[in-house]
Design a protein around this ligand. Structure first.
Ligand code: SF4
Length: 404
């Protein structure tokens, strides 16, 4: 076993990763004439442009795009791949909005609407608490729950389970609490942090383009508000993740501009830890015009995320959304993190995810090892890490040889 700590900015990266990348690319060969200019820019620590991103999206050789992303991933993390031990508790499905793609939300009067009070939330978490060090909680915009409710919830959670970090609330939930409690974003976030909030998961970015947002999530925070809320979180000392929901109605340019907006904020605040690109899952939602990403498009988008976003250390292959098989492959296409054991999740599963929820650390570690990587268990804020040594798998039974 080996454990180490890191700063929020490095988040486990090799601190000299840019130099390592320059050296590795200098010794590489076999690039096509289309990709070689991008290789040169990355070797010179130059950020890729939107036009470069379009080259990557339209290049016919997916493996070459993945190979380049793997160079960057390896310069940063070698062949380590990160996971954590967590559980999702979605505190309520009652929501005052009705985003077009959302299969989870319910109106307050719906038969299957629920809103866990603090006792119910703690009871739910208690079933998993012994095995996790993170609870991931996002939910609907409940019309009656202001910042005071969440202060009480987080204080009670930290008191009952001091070893568990609370990663909770998307940007639109922060906006909703700020409005209900008549506070600005910084005040809301500072109060929640004081009460025990440890990090924001970064959900709800969808595509940071207001024309797309007006169609797929009308009424949610604007693109600028998403960025402002995360900037406010970073300024009060909360590190956050950020996401991208792709495969609805957006163009490739809008995806790339989304990545560029986030990398610029990351360069300014140094507060993003992880970028999580995940595809839209169509079941039971209300977006028939969605384009739906294919498996190769998912891998390509993960690889392009790694190549476009130099200022956010981790790129996550969100297994809860893309499935274990694709998450495993993505570790060779620029991703370095596969999220956690999860154990319980509603939002993606209501939208059609079939990813198993009963994964223990051993199974995740096997998935990572099968991808040729070293499994590293991390904490929520990517400041402490431990190499996870799984028990030896049971020996496979010998195949019976048919006797002539
Ligand atoms: S995505 Fe969030 S804000 Fe939108 S309807 Fe669903 S729960 Fe509500």
């Amino acid at each position: 076993m080996s454990a180490w700590t890191s700063s929020r900015v490095d988040a486990g990266s090799n601190t000299d990763w840019q130099q390592r990348l320059t050296d590795a690319l200098a010794h590489s060969n076999g690039w096509s004439t289309t990709i070689q200019p991008l290789v040169n820019r990355l070797a010179g620590s130059e950020p890729l442009s939107l036009e470069d991103g379009m080259v990557l999206y339209t290049h016919p050789n997916l493996n070459e795009v993945g190979r380049l992303a793997h160079f960057v991933r390896t310069a940063r993390f070698e062949n380590k791949a990160f996971f954590n031990s967590n559980v999702h508790v979605n505190q309520t499905n009652v929501c005052v909005l009705a985003c077009k793609f959302c299969a989870f939300r319910r109106s307050k009067r719906a038969k299957d609407a629920y809103a866990m009070d603090i006792e119910a939330y703690l009871e739910d978490l208690a079933q998993y608490a012994e095995h996790v060090d993170e609870v991931h909680s996002v939910g609907g915009l409940h019309p009656d729950w202001g910042v005071e409710h969440y202060e009480d919830l987080f204080r009670a959670t930290r008191k009952a389970f001091p070893h568990i970090t609370i990663k909770a609330l998307t940007a639109v939930e922060i906006k909703h609490l700020s409005q209900l409690s008549n506070l600005d974003y910084g005040q809301t976030l500072a109060r929640l942090k004081d009460a025990g909030l440890g990090s924001l998961p970064g959900g709800g970015a969808e595509i940071l383009d207001d024309d797309v947002r007006a169609i797929i999530c009308n009424g949610k925070e604007s693109s600028q508000e998403y960025l402002d809320i995360h900037r406010a979180a970073h300024s009060v000392g909360l590190s956050t993740n950020c996401t991208m929901l792709f495969g609805t109605i957006e163009t490739l340019e809008q995806r790339l501009q989304h990545m560029i907006s986030l990398r610029e904020l990351a360069s300014e605040t140094k507060g993003f830890q992880c970028f999580v690109p995940y595809p839209f899952l169509p079941d039971d939602t209300r977006l028939p015009e969605a384009q739906l990403a294919t498996g190769s498009e998912i891998l390509r988008t993960i690889a392009i995320s790694r190549l476009m976003i130099h200022s956010i250390p981790h790129i996550k292959a969100y297994r809860m959304n893309i499935g274990d098989e694709l998450a495993e492959l993505a570790l060779q296409f620029g991703a370095d993190d596969i999220d956690g054991t999860v154990q319980k999740e509603s939002i993606m599963h209501l939208a059609g995810s079939t990813t198993p929820l009963d994964h223990d650390r051993f199974q995740l570690a096997r998935l990572i090892k099968d991808a040729g990587c070293i499994p590293i268990q991390r904490n929520t804020t990517y400041e402490s890490f431990e190499i996870y040594v799984p028990p030896e798998p049971k020996r496979r039974k010998r195949l019976k040889v048919v006797q002539e």
